[in-house]
Ligand binder design. Sequence first.
Ligand SMILES: *[C@@H]1O[C@H](CO)[C@@H](O)[C@H](O)[C@H]1NC(C)=O
Length: 224
Amino acid sequence: MGTRHFLAFIVFVTLSSYVANATDPNQLQDFCVAINDPKDALFVNGLFCKNPMAVKVDDFHFQGLDKPGNTDNQVGSNVTRVTPANLPGLNTLGLSLARIDVAPYGVNTPHHHPRATEVLTVLEGTFYAGFVTTNQPNGKNKLFAKILHKGDVFIFPQGLIHFESNVGKTPAVALSAFTSQNPGVVTTAAATFGADTSISVDVLTRAFQLDANVVKNLQTRTFE
Ligand SMILES: *[C@@H]1O[C@H](CO)[C@@H](O)[C@H](O)[C@H]1NC(C)=O
């Protein structure tokens, strides 16, 4: 390999590893407790960080994940998130949590997290949960889905569409951990049919192979 090829190769390797790095940046100090007022900030590595000398034990403490979210809504589910917004000590540490409540017959509808893998642990009840792969060479998207019981752990790999539904007769509860303090959520139905402003009817009619009136009807709905 000539020098120019070698340099081009190094640039390529550097750029490809840069592009592939989709997780939170590594923490640069022991912790970086989030604060709202930047004038009190000392360091930045995520949200602004509190002066370490002013950090209190309660910055690392959250209360209330024993309380169910209210599932009395259209989808019969509710996600209670624990992020640096309500647990400031999580800032820059590369993870966050959620409590997922699903009423019988309810669904945490198909969605994906662009910045995190999710590890779900069933605390109560019975879920049918799964994720769908990216487009495969055979043109299909493969579904990996399973019935989950209390104590079961299931993984939704980063960026893949997934869902959980309650297939039992009692309320179902799960605790999920995410590999980002800010996983992001894209709810498939809302992003597709509920975007503000709307994606054109022509685009959705062609994409979903539906009658234009069906698309227009879907666009009048509200999604959670
Ligand atoms: C989820 O539950 C909380 C707490 O009960 C409630 O304030 C919130 O409105 C619920 N969200 C939905 C989408 O029902």
